[in-house]
Design a protein around this ligand. Structure first.
Ligand SMILES: Nc1nc2c(ncn2[C@@H]2O[C@H](COP(=O)(O)OP(=O)(O)OP(=O)(O)O)[C@@H](O)[C@H]2O)c(=O)[nH]1
Ligand SMILES: [Mg+2]
Length: 629
């Protein structure tokens, strides 16, 4: 190893779902994604930690892998790093092999592979709490003697054993007896198994009778072909209901705050363009988006809870049969599920899928899982559809419906695409391990919420704010002599743009202003709400009126020039359908291009989804009209 190296590099390796990232977070103070299923980490994460001797070391968290042979892209990363083939990481000085003490037989396979590869190894014997609760009697000293490497018992989630592990990180690691006590090479496979079994019999003895665990008992219901589905639908419904009813309370606070600030500015400033910019552009436009923060956070919270407890993996298991009918495996379901939070991590998570064709198909349809950026649009429009103060459960039902439409269409398109991509490589079957249920990792969930919340506020304060100011300028200039707002608007840049857009969006049931708002939302979906708040504002509202409700009222009162109401239930449905399908997220397209390895794929996806959204919306509106809605 070169002299110039400033710090040592320590790799965290292990099978999936053993707590590598939990350990990484605990050692580095970061908050990388942790969840209770396999294949959560798909990329390399680096951080720093200090040993008790004051040495700063670089820590690298790897995706889980089972041995040094398999084939999926995420596991390949781990293998390359272990072989020292990744330039940014170089050759590791030490490998911490994280194993699950409650299932040592399986986890030692990788540990032996790594020791054989000749790297200095420390074994982190994690999840000691789980092992003990299932009656396993551990003997870390014996394991250490047999393998010839240090073994540190620990509970990463509770932060136990961290100091001991840090103490074991010594450079160079004191030499251990070089003799390997198990047969090596591929021929030695069964001999290695025997070695592991013998070791576990003495050093990780199981209680004799196989007891039925709580996880087993829960699974008889949650994986039941009938009851399992009841629970699944019930859980989803409860989540959406909570989003409407509970989040309504903090939303009210934000609304009042916004109205108060608006009133303050209105009174403090003289009438004029600047005041108009602040009140309608900045406070009205940005505020109408920020209001949805509580609901977005709630959705992230529930997704975090479901992932952390292990229920997500059950949902994937339930879906397996259905998925295989569309040519995907249950493994593809987890990336799709996490796309409900945001398509970007969802697309990245497709790396856990072994088959390249299945992977391409999954990342192609992932953006149709409604992400949280669509939530503000849905939440603005659903009450408009049902009449403002309709009961929470009906609204939840419509919301579930929207998620379902996106999901089902995704499956349908996946099926067609999967066929086009050529014959099946391997029969898809369920390859995801079912993890035991675990208590949610609250510290991770709440830190994650804080990060997401901050990211949303930052986006509102930058991208959305900038767009709102631009839009305000475009709807204010060039100025006309008229005092009438409608006339002023039609004279402005936006008015002219609306005029051009109107023939395009009219078949969908909207006017040019809505068309303009849709156009602005190609920068970011949430912008739609802010743009509507600006474009449909008729008069300066009362100082204390609540902006959101005002926007909905204004939309409800909007008319076509011939006096027909503009937002009928039919046109609102058509608008919702458009937002379910349209791909309006540049970062997603960039990640798709990277993951699929070609811009063509991302461009094709964008064109296909936009066209699909447009056609679906036109069909809904026109057929609806024919049917007399
Ligand atoms: N009971 C118990 N659970 C733990 C412990 N350490 C981690 N966990 C849980 O194990 C699950 C998996 O943790 P992760 O840190 O995401 O595991 P990982 O090894 O990084 O998983 P991949 O990235 O998928 O390879 C989470 O639900 C953690 O809360 C522990 O010591 N005891
Ligand atoms: Mg991980």
């Amino acid at each position: 190893m070169s002299e110039a190296k400033i710090q040592e590099t320590v790799l965290l390796v292990g099978n999936p779902n053993v707590g590598k990232t939990t350990l990484f977070n605990a050692l580095t103070g970061q908050n990388a994604k942790v969840a209770n299923f396999s294949g959560v980490t798909v990329d390399l994460k680096t951080g720093h930690t200090r040993t008790p001797h004051g040495r700063k070391v670089r820590l690298v968290d790897l995706p889980g892998c089972y041995d040094l042979r398999g084939s999926s892209p995420d596991q390949e990363v781990a293998r390359k790093v272990l072989r020292g083939e990744v330039a940014e990481i170089g050759v590791a000085d030490l490998v911490v092999c994280v194993v699950d003490a409650s299932a040592l037989e399986r986890h030692l396979v990788l540990a032996l592979d790594v020791i054989e590869a000749g790297l200095p190894v420390v074994i982190a014997l994690n999840m000691v709490d789980v092992a003990e609760s299932t009656g396993v009697r551990l003997d870390p000293v014996k394991i250490s003697e047999e393998l010839g490497v240090p073994v540190v018992p620990m509970q990463a989630r509770a932060g136990k054993g961290l100091i001991e592990l840090k103490q074991a990180l010594r450079f160079p690691l004191p030499a251990t007896p070089p003799s390997i006590g198990w047969p090596t090479g591929p021929e030695g496979e069964s001999g290695r198994r025997d070695f592991i079994n013998r070791l576990c019999e003495t050093a990780a003895r199981r209680a004799d009778a196989h007891s039925v665990t709580v996880s087993d008992r829960l699974d008889t219901v949650l994986l039941h072909p009938v009851w399992g589905w009841f629970v699944f639908v019930g859980v989803m419904f409860a989540v959406f209901w909570a989003i409407f009813s509970i989040a309504g309370i903090p939303m009210g606070w934000i609304e009042s705050l916004q109205a108060w600030v608006e009133g303050l500015v209105t009174h403090a400033m003289a009438e004029g363009d600047l005041r108009d910019l602040l009140v309608s552009g900045v406070i009205g436009g940005v505020g109408s988006v920020v209001i949805f923060l509580p609901q977005i956070l709630m959705l992230f919270f529930f997704i975090g809870l479901l992932e952390s407890s292990g229920y997500m993996a059950r949902a994937a298991y339930l879906m397996d049969g259905f998925m295989s009918r569309v040519g995907l495996s249950g493994k593809a379901f987890l990336p799709l599920l996490s796309s409900y939070a945001c398509a970007i991590p969802g697309v990245m998570a497709t790396r856990t899928i072994d088959s390249a064709k299945e992977r391409l198909t999954t990342l192609f349809v992932a953006p149709w899982m409604s992400c949280t950026a669509r939530l503000p649009v849905y939440l603005l429009l659903i009450p408009l559809l049902l009449g403002s103060r309709e009961g929470g459960w009906k609204q939840a039902l419509v919301l579930v419906g929207l998620y379902a439409i996106g999901t089902l269409t995704a499956f349908l398109v996946a099926k067609l695409l999967r066929k086009r991509l050529g014959p099946e490589e391997t029969p898809s079957h369920f390859i995801l391990e079912l993890p035991p249920y675990r208590a949610p990792q609250w510290s991770y969930i709440f830190r994650h919420l804080a990060e997401r919340g901050w990211a949303f506020v930052r986006k509102a304060g930058t991208v959305i704010l900038a767009l709102m100011i631009l839009l305000w300028a475009a709807e204010t200039y060039p100025k006309s002599d008229s005092d009438d707002r409608a006339e002023q608007l039609s004279h402005s840049l936006v008015g002219r743009l609306s005029h051009v857009l109107e023939p395009v969006v009219k078949p969908m049931g909207f006017d040019g202003r809505t068309g303009t708002a849709i156009l602005t939302s190609f920068a970011a979906r949430e912008v739609f709400v802010g743009s509507m708040a600006q474009l449909f504002q008729v008069e300066e509202g009362d100082d204390d009126a609540e902006n959101q409700i005002r926007l909905r009222e204004q939309m409800a009162e909007a008319h076509w020039p011939d006096g027909r109401p503009m937002f009928t239930p039919l046109s609102v449905v058509s608008l919702l359908v458009f937002y379910v399908y349209a791909l309006q997220c540049l970062p997603t397209s960039a990640v798709v291009a990277r993951e699929a390895g070609s811009w063509k794929w991302a461009a094709g996806q964008f064109v296909f989804m936009s066209a699909f959204a447009f056609v679906a919306s036109v069909v809904v509106y026109q057929v609806g009209l024919l049917l007399g809605f």
